[in-house]
Ligand binder design. Structure first.
Ligand code: PFF
Length: 460
């Protein structure tokens, strides 16, 4: 690859902090603040957390390095990147296409959950929550939101609208700027909420729950931890590859990937340290499932001192996290259109954003009694929303992870691979680290992911 093939300056991050903020912004999302706390709660705490951390370090981090590295080397969007490193018509480009498809699908339902967050932020501002300790009223409130076509579509429109505007403004003026401010605000708000959590009576039981060994841990928990590590680090679909393609040719890949994984983990654990003390303080268990942040947390917080402000801060935090992730998903799909079809950013972002918006509408209708909700549940056992989530999280992300691992481990020119791993990174020049990484991408990650998929098919 020649230097002329490098992208224009405006298509690069202004600084490596900007890249870390944007990529950490992609990783930190609803997965950290909504899903990680509730699956930790359901899987018994400590042992699950430890296993999750191992998955991040041993499997997630090496694949992140691989993705960012392919991006930096090719300076291209996912599909073009695989073409450039193999051949224009090579079958490997399917890995990139699969990623683009998965990204589009994920954003279409991600926006619906983020929309619930917008609605709860609105309720926190106007004070629209039920009075007193009345769990049923909070459950009804959430159920009626999930079932409401009008509210779901309205908040979905607003969330997608903001996401499209950020992506329209480009890498430096849109995504990087938004991520720098957004992540700074997110860390401050999370820190504030963690201090608040530490003053609550439920803090010590929460810490114990989070870090003590538990006996609820099963095989299923292990697989859930692995799948979630992938989702949480935004791996397997070319988002990190796309963000890596906006790095300069000699920027550090290994060091920045480590920083991103650390930031993602801190926020996931931090979210538990905020949510669990709140739940424990009013005698609620953290194993409430997906409704944890929409039912138990408002119910609990509004009974505690400063609760209303705490709730407002929490939903602002949730939305910042969701937006920076949504932006990364849209950017990946947009960069594919710009790179492969030669479209302008304005055309690509508005067309792709509009398409994903439309694709999200069946998800917005999934809580209702019509075809996409109750109808499909009767036909295939899940609503459109559940099916989109199931297909992308359980199949498309892991398949993409295998594709990227195999490509880097077996197809990429070995000399180029060594060179690119070391380029610009002090850590990357340690030969032991390189051999360990190669072992993971060649063997460990494909084997483990195949085992997970076989398990999902009911083989063991
Ligand atoms: N990592 C995001 C989260 O934890 O919410 C979700 C996500 C974003 C997944 C981007 C995949 C992706 F490509």
């Amino acid at each position: 690859m020649t230097e002329q093939e490098n992208r224009k300056a405006s298509n690069h991050w202004r600084s490596s902090i900007g890249f870390i903020a944007a990529a950490a912004g992609s990783a930190v999302g609803l997965g950290n603040i909504w899903k990680f706390p509730y699956i930790t709660g359901q899987n018994g705490g400590g042992t699950f957390v430890l296993f999750y951390l191992l998955c991040i370090v041993i499997l997630g981090l090496p694949i992140m390095v691989a993705e960012v590295m392919i991006g930096r080397t090719t300076q291209s969007s996912p599909v073009r990147a695989f073409q450039r490193l193999s051949a224009p018509n090579s079958g490997w480009q399917v890995v990139g296409m699969l990623g683009v498809f998965a990204g589009i699908l994920i954003l279409s339902f991600y926006s619906i959950v983020a929309g619930w967050g917008l609605h709860y932020l609105f309720l926190s501002i106007v004070g629209g929550f039920p009075q007193g300790n009345n769990p049923q009223a909070y459950t009804d409130l959430f159920d009626s939101l999930v079932q409401s076509v009008r509210l779901n579509i309205w908040w979905h429109s607003l969330f997608m609208g903001i996401t499209i505007v950020v992506v329209l403004r480009g890498i430096r003026g849109g995504i990087e700027k938004f991520a720098n401010w957004g992540m700074l605000a997110l860390l401050i708000l999370l820190g504030g909420l963690a201090v608040y959590g530490a003053t609550l009576p439920g803090f010590l039981p929460a810490v114990k729950f989070l870090f003590a060994f538990s006996d609820n841990f099963t095989w299923k928990s292990a697989l859930e931890a692995l799948g979630h590590a992938f989702f949480s680090l935004s791996l397997g679909i070319g988002v990190m590859l796309t963000y890596g393609s906006y790095l300069q040719r000699h920027d550090d890949v290994v060091g920045t990937s480590i920083a991103i994984a650390i930031a993602d983990t801190i926020v996931a654990i931090g979210a538990c340290l905020v949510l669990f003390p709140i739940a424990f303080s009013v005698g609620l268990e953290p194993s409430a499932g997906p409704g944890l942040i929409f039912i138990n947390i408002p119910l609990a917080l509004l009974q505690l001192p400063w609760g209303r402000i705490g709730l407002l801060v929490f939903f602002v935090l949730l939305l910042l996290a969701a937006l920076t992730s949504a932006v990364s998903l849209l950017e990946m799909a947009v960069s594919f259109l710009i790179d492969s079809l030669g479209w302008s950013r304005t055309l690509a972002a508005s067309t792709m954003g509009g398409f994903i918006y439309l694709l999200g509408i069946p998800s917005a209708l999934s809580g209702g009694s019509g075809f996409f909700g109750a109808g499909l549940k009767q036909l295939i056992g899940m609503s459109w929303f559940d099916a989109a989530d199931y297909l992308s999280s359980n199949w498309l992300l892991p398949l993409g992870g295998i594709g990227i691992s195999l490509f880097i481990g077996w197809r990429l020119n070995p000399q180029l691979r060594t060179l690119e791993f070391q380029d610009g990174s002090r850590l990357g020049s340690k030969s032991g680290l390189y051999s360990g990484w190669l072992l993971v991408v060649r063997w460990l990650s494909p084997i483990v992911i195949v085992l997970v998929m076989l398990y999902n098919l009911g083989f063991f």
